[in-house]
Design a protein around this ligand. Sequence first.
Ligand code: GLN
Ligand code: ZN
Length: 771
Amino acid sequence: MPATPLPNATILGYPRLGRRRELKRAIESYWKGNTSEAELTATARELRAATRARLVELGLPAQGGAVPESFSFYDQVLDATIALGAIPGRFSAVTGSDLEITFALARGDKDHQPLEMTKWFDTNYHYSVPEIDEQTAFAANPAALVTQLQEAAEQGIDSRPVLVGPVTYLLLAKAADGAAEGFSPISRLDEVVAVYAELLQSLAAAGAGWVQLDEPALVSDSLSVPRAEVLALVERAYAVLGAVEPRPQILITAPYGNSADALTRLGALPVEAVQADLVRGTLPADALASGALASAFDGTQLVAGVVDGRNIWRTDLRAAFAQLTALTEAGLHVVVGTSNSLQHVPHDVTDESKLDARLQSWLAFADQKVEQVATLAQGLTEGAEAIEALLAEVDRVLQDRAAAPGVRVSDVRDRAASVTSDDRNRADEQARRDAQQALGIPDLATTTIGSFPQTGEIRKARAAFTRGEIDQEAYDGFLRDEIARVIRLQEEIGLDVLVHGEAERNDMVQYFAELLDGFAVTEHGWVQSYGTRATRPSILWGDVSRPAPMTVAWSAYAQSLTEQRVKGMLTGPVTILAWSFVRDDQPLGDTAAQVALALRDEIDDLVAAGIGIVQVDEPALRELLPLDADRQSDYLDWSVGAFRLATGGAAPEVQIHTHLCYSEFGEIIDAVDGLDADVTSIEAARSRMDVVEPLGDHGYSRGIGPGVYDIHSPRVPSVEEQTELIKIAAERIPGKQLWVNPDCGLKTRGYEETVASLTNLVQAAKAVRGA
Ligand code: GLN
Ligand code: ZN
């Protein structure tokens, strides 16, 4: 055991925006210039104090480093950039406080593009990508870490600073634009480790007993270096950090996946604790049985991540306790922990006043998970009898959940069981192309991805309707006027395939969740997606079915207003799952098939109502791809299968579109092909059509709409610029297959730039057609 061991209960991190998103409001008010930096930092300090106090109240020991310091003003990777002094050279003119620099990097300013953002492992959280080159000058800046530690001490809490570890930090960084060809950030590991060493010394001087260094790179097969090499890099880095004197005791974490293959070697590192995600991952069975794991962990604590930090279900405490007991009996020094930071779940299920009480009793948000950790730890300390009543209560709840009406619906199950492979196969491609001639769509057809700007008026009308200030009839009338306006506008601009604009949708997943059986929505269940942005994922708790058509009235109304084709617009099964909290009592593929069948019926109804083109969006297809290479083919089977089940009932003359929100799909190109959509739109403007090349090489034969207009900024791309992009695409893929569209939906844009950009887009398509 370490000299001063961690208490046997901890978590890896806690939600940061506040129970009522107080931090979001405080930061946004500061950005608008309504409050000062001093006021913002004061609010943040109060929030951190409240968080620590709450964690202790929920059962984490105040002493010994059990309480993590996981606060961030924006993003934990960006915080590491500041702590390492790794400000990208292109920001060298930016001066000010650490907070001002943080926001400048995160958000950019008139002279600077912000740092790029990308997904944090396989979560829906986005981090700010560090930019490193040969010149990046690292310099330890422990200020924020030390401040938080001191605040905690004043509160009588001995907390544990948290920092992204050196290997993960560099593997998530990208080479800065000016870096030499072939430069890789990880080549600077030794220098970065030296800066971490300084940070550790400063923390020790400030009285830190423990520090947590997050190394989720250990569980990923999707990084620039193979997993075995990640482990070797971790060994190299921590051999150095372990020898630093003086330093806090070190906890290395490996959340978001399976570290079983690495665990024995991690246990042998000169650190005092190692965490393993035991929800997504496992333990090395042989090493556990032979005692090799216990001897590797001889002087090291194992933080067993048995409480799921990615989902909102109550933990099966009895099963978790049995697993913990087995580890203790195998000779390991066990600390009860979470699989990952609780930043991915909402605060507190007891805040929900409108959830069905029975459903509510099955759920655990962050606060409940902390209590579960504390309960399990109490059992380890005091013996099973001490927590037997709580274990029995959870047994009862789980039985109740398994037997509750709606969780298993025989009609839904019978239908899913009778699906055959025919249901997933449409007519062959050529037959479909022939049949779809009747749609009368020109070459280089112009269209949009679905949403038009969500204006202040739309939001106001929705809020008024939600509060009961206007009735259904008035709200529907408002939406119909909005649709009519958007249709007329598209006709004026001269687009070929029109959309209804999605004004009725608050969110592309929640809209469907509210209309499908088997889902619930929360009031306060916010989860940070990046910076001050948060989403409120729906809860998919039961068997999914569609009590009534969901989009048909809107699409049919739009079609009734125009001679042009209107595209129906649905969110695909994989995306609906990816952006919800999903049930954990059956394979994801089974859940996806149920959602797919509901969408399949919706497509039938759309077609019966005269809609000839239906788009099924799957922006999350890439995001759910498991980090573990071993699990990827199973995932691609069921996810592609679900999309095909949703669309497989469409007759040959119905044109199925899909939209994928990104351009990096080299890894999943076969899957994209496997979706068998007639037309696929993708993001391409920022990469100047780079993505079209691999599709061409792959022999992709269906329709493809590489975005020619980057919708992420209000900038209006000129006719020439868009013409140029269409021409580049046409060199890489036959013009007959090409569609012309923006990169993504327009809901975050304003009307002025939207109209100007789409007008130019139509002109550009005409120019290339005429050429
Ligand atoms: N149809 C959706 C829209 O246009 C697609 C959004 C997305 O891919 N994220 O907004
Ligand atoms: Zn998109």
